[in-house]
Write a protein that binds this ligand. Structure first.
Ligand code: ZN
Length: 109
């Protein structure tokens, strides 16, 4: 049981992996910067890359210089703090987050 727990702790979450794969598509972010943004260590990053095909592919594309730039830079949702690729000037990843933020603002007044 204990070993399972330890594995859980060391394994990066799916959400993190998705965010890393997303950030790797940005030509303006170095791998080191991404690791800093996501608070990931060398080892964790390697685990992610070996487990997640998307991340491995992005790294390979970066190495070969075939990375296709995305239309807009990944941005961090103001509400749930998750990374997403915005359409236009969206500050939130979803309508749900937009609503959450609106309610939160109302409460402050
Ligand atoms: Zn959000």
């Amino acid at each position: 049981m204990d070993t399972d727990h330890a594995a859980d702790h060391e394994a990066p979450s799916r959400v993190e992996e998705t965010a890393v794969a997303l950030l790797l598509r940005s030509p303006h972010l170095e791998v080191g910067q991404i690791m800093e943004l996501m608070d990931i260590g060398d080892r964790e990053f390697r685990v992610m890359a070996s487990r997640n095909g998307d991340i491995a592919q992005r790294l390979e594309e970066r190495r070969l210089g075939t990375l296709r730039p995305i239309k807009s830079e990944p941005r961090r949702c103001k509400s749930c703090r998750e990374w997403f690729v915005p359409y236009g000037h969206d500050r939130f990843c979803s309508d749900a987050c937009k609503r959450t933020a609106r309610f939160a603002q109302c409460r402050k007044r």
